[in-house]
Ligand binder design. Structure first.
Ligand code: SF4
Ligand code: ZN
Ligand code: ZN
Length: 355
């Protein structure tokens, strides 16, 4: 049986292996580590109802819950986040971006349970086994929630896939092309098909990772825009993060408890060294003070005005000369990457439904 230190070693070792282009599975180790922590944290603890604890949660103070009360706690937490930041209302048509992973799957499941008008949306990026398996899992997620899910086939839309950018001459990682494409398509689909809001599976640990990265690099404009909600602005549809105050391990505990199917592997192109860089740093801090993550995020939201950039330093938005969607340049990044004009009809033709 691996202990926590072994796993940390394995986790770091995997980074090294990955650097040498081996196909090691970092995410499973990462998930195992979270799982191990969940188990370690609840040993010999009891829920207020007297049953053995399944997991702990922060509700003002630290509390331990049995399975039944953990589910209640978790769903209550999402509901409160939505109400507190005014993220969604009952009348809105909500598009949930599904990757196949646990975070977006949990957001989809809980929002549906809370009665919101949700539609799942998945992009088939054409990245080898990762995309094939993700699509299979999204089918299972659709079945569990009892809703059809809309799928966009990138290859059908633009004639290429993200794999075409591996070892590209610009040396930019494929993830950068993928990120731009996903952000653009979530917005474009929502806009063209009259959705009011896009929900993504970003959680508290993602947010802390992002803040650390942008603080270290002093990306003021990104810092100021960061938060649980981006309001609608012209052709930019509203975007919200309903898991904003929820830790990754809480989401994983809920997904496992409900038996929500999710892809446990990792995209072949992922650079986890970059994306999970601050994972252990925040974990170590929260061992000493379990409130530290949420305190930091709340403090950031309270004080983020200090990152406001002067009007003259802000990049002004105009319409892309090719697609007409907002951009700070003459041609938006999506059109520049794929070099193809996409019409509303093209989008509709590259969509199909699964249920
Ligand atoms: Fe796209 Fe990179 Fe995520 Fe893979 S790891 S799905 S290439 S952003
Ligand atoms: Zn209980
Ligand atoms: Zn464009």
């Amino acid at each position: 049986v691996l202990n926590e230190n072994d796993l940390k070693f394995k986790f770091n070792k995997n980074f090294e292996i990955k650097k040498n282009n081996s196909s090691s599975n970092i995410c499973n180790t990462h998930l195992n580590l979270i799982d191990l922590k969940i188990k370690k944290e609840i040993i010999n603890k009891k829920c207020f109802c007297g049953k053995l604890a399944y997991y702990k949660g922060l509700e003002g103070k630290l509390r331990y819950f049995c399975k039944e009360h953990y589910i209640e706690y978790f769903e209550r937490k999402i509901k409160r986040t939505i109400e507190k930041y005014k993220l969604l209302n009952d009348k809105e048509r909500v598009l949930v971006a599904l990757s196949g992973g646990k975070d977006s799957a949990v957001a989809f499941f809980v929002l549906n349970k809370l009665g919101y008008n949700v539609t799942g949306f998945h992009i088939n990026l054409g990245i080898g086994e990762y995309s094939k398996k993700s699509l299979e899992i999204v089918k299972e997620q659709a079945k569990l929630v009892g809703k059809s899910v809309m799928v966009l086939d990138l290859k059908k839309l633009v004639g290429k896939t993200i794999e075409d950018f591996i070892n590209n001459p610009t040396k930019r990682p494929a993830c950068s092309y993928c990120g731009i494409s996903k952000r653009y398509l979530f917005n474009r689909i929502a806009y063209e098909l009259n959705f009011d809001v896009v929900v993504t599976g970003h959680h508290l640990d993602d947010e802390l990772n992002f803040l650390c990265h942008n603080l270290i690099n002093w990306n003021l404009e990104y810092l100021y825009k960061q938060g649980p909600k981006q309001e609608k602005e012209g052709k930019f549809v509203k975007k919200v993060k309903v898991l904003y105050e929820t830790e990754e391990k809480e989401i994983m505990a809920y997904a496992n408890l409900i038996n929500i199917p999710y892809y446990k592997g990792c995209c072949e192109l992922a650079d986890n060294q970059k994306t999970k860089k601050y994972f252990f740093f925040w974990d170590r801090l929260s061992e000493e003070n379990p409130q530290v993550k949420i305190q930091f995020i709340k403090g950031f939201l309270k004080n983020k005005e200090i990152f406001k950039v002067n009007k003259e330093n802000q990049k002004e938005l105009k319409e892309c000369e090719i697609c007409g969607f907002p951009t700070s340049r003459d041609i938006c990044s999506f059109c520049a990457i794929w070099d193809k004009k996409i019409t509303k009809e093209d989008l509709k033709e590259s969509l199909f439904w699964i249920d």
